[in-house]
Design a protein around this ligand. Structure first.
Ligand code: DLL
Length: 433
């Protein structure tokens, strides 16, 4: 274990540590961040009312909108001279969400990322190829410093130039690759196209995250690259990758609970939910100095489980693989649709390239429409209309059974959808509601 003291803590030791840290962080944000002081004053809550982790539900929530309203540095809790780095989250609408880190915050984050890599089986003997973007996005630098802290040989490739990525992976003998799951599939497909036998690579594992993915996608990556795939989760607002990671085939991802306190709340009532109940994931940062967050609503849908992990024996609470976001869930003709459900259907149809798809939602009159564009697999490219129609109706049928609503399926030729090396934008919602 990378940090036995923490990773072997009992539940009551964790509770004590979290209580001490919560009392401290609440006092710090009340004294140093006007936004928090105003919010607590508005509900007549004093820092002294928070005595242990059990009092967390007395505290107000924080949202992405609150961070945007205080853009760029309004929620920082220390003077600017103590901030040594900023990151910003990739927002498609509105302003970026800016996060400031002190040197201790960066050390804590590296500890989380190092621990995460070690939970996935990495040691200082490994060669870690980091294909996440370096820059304002937290993926590249987060895993980079984690890998260095672990003592592994770190290859800071960043995104882009897939041919070069493949050459370096092979020539350096990387044992671990870190990137988005969709880019992992792209790399695997390119390797296949180049005709390089997978036995020429030394890859043992992949640490994938930054976007939702399904079990079928995990199996596909593991098969194509002959590796074990680990799901790593994180978000810039809370620090970056390494908030949690899965240890194997268990319930889900272990949260670094000494740094981040997770809660699951009902998306409508915001009431905390119990173990195994699905809802919105919220985090309170327990040790952050630069920009601590109290009950931050991630919009990610998950569930928690506090049982001792049957797979690795750690007590660190596990969160279920993120099912999707409460705000990317599509409501089409009254039916809730998660893009991950669509992906699961496509990945199970060999005639199409299940990882290369796009969902276009529109409104014709008062009726919502959904078009799913997917690339046909190389082996099924044909001029014969009958064969094309057969594949189309198979996809339509399977989609209808999974989603409970009909959709228009458009088959595209292989490699016609644009490749994204970062997060793939799968959904285009053209409705003006
Ligand atoms: O995506 C941090 C990260 C980098 C995580 C590299 C893992 C690996 P943001 O750009 O702020 O930060 O986006 C955070 O991405 O709220 C989730 O919706 C989604 N997300 C991140 N990891 C996963 C995952 C980084 N493993 C948002 N599964 C989060 C599903 C994920 N969704």
């Amino acid at each position: 274990m990378f940090n036995e003291k923490i990773e072997k803590m009992t539940r009551s030791e964790l509770d004590n540590l979290q209580s001490v840290r919560l009392v401290d962080v609440v006092k710090r944000v009340y004294e140093n961040v006007k936004y928090y002081r105003d919010k607590m004053d508005a509900i007549k809550l004093k820092p002294s009312d928070i005595k242990s982790i059990d009092d967390i539900s007395k505290l107000p929530f924080t949202t992405k909108q609150d961070l945007r309203d205080n853009y760029p540095f309004g929620t920082f809790a220390v003077p600017h001279k103590e901030i040594v780095r900023v990151h910003a989250s990739s927002g498609t609408t509105g302003k970026q969400t800016v996060v400031g880190y002190t040197q201790r915050d960066l050390d804590d984050w590296s500890e989380c990322a190092a621990r995460a890599l070690s939970i996935a089986g990495c040691t200082d003997e490994d060669i870690v190829h980091v294909s996440f973007g370096y820059g304002l996005f937290t993926g590249g630098l987060g895993l980079h410093y984690g890998s260095e802290k672990l003592g592994a040989m770190t290859v800071p490739v960043s995104t882009g130039n897939t041919m070069r990525q493949i050459t370096l992976l092979k020539d350096f003998g990387a044992t671990t690759i870190c990137c988005t799951p969709s880019y992992a599939i792209f790399i695997a497909e390119e390797i296949e196209k180049m005709g390089i036998p997978i036995s020429e690579f030394k890859l043992k594992r992949g640490v994938f995250g930054a976007e939702p993915w399904s079990d079928s996608m995990k199996e596909r990556i593991e098969r194509m690259l002959n590796i074990k795939a680990y799901d790593i989760y994180g978000l810039s607002e809370i620090s970056g990758p390494g908030v949690s990671i899965c240890c194997g085939d268990s319930f889900g991802l272990h949260v670094m609970e000494d740094f981040f306190y997770p809660e699951i709340v009902d998306t409508e009532t915001l009431k905390p939910l119990g173990d195994n109940e699905k809802g919105e994931l919220c985090f309170t940062t327990l040790n952050k100095q630069g920009m601590p967050l109290i009950r931050y609503r991630t919009r990610d849908i998950s569930a928690l489980n506090h049982d001792v992990c049957p797979f690795c024996g750690r007590n660190l609470v596990r969160m279920k693989r993120v099912f999707g976001r409460s705000d990317d869930m599509l409501i089409i003709r009254g039916v809730n649709v998660f893009p991950s459900q669509i992906e699961t259907v496509l990945l199970n149809i060999p005639e199409v390239i299940g990882s290369h798809y796009k969902i276009i939602v529109d409104r014709v009159g008062v009726l919502d429409t959904m078009e799913i564009q997917v690339e046909i697999s190389e082996a099924n490219v044909t001029d014969e209309i009958k064969s094309i129609e057969k594949i189309k109706s198979k996809v339509e049928h399977d989609m209808q059974s999974m989603l409970g609503i009909g959709s228009k399926i458009t088959l595209l030729s292989p490699n016609s959808l644009p490749l994204s090396e970062g997060k793939t934008q799968r959904v285009e919602d053209r409705r003006k509601i």
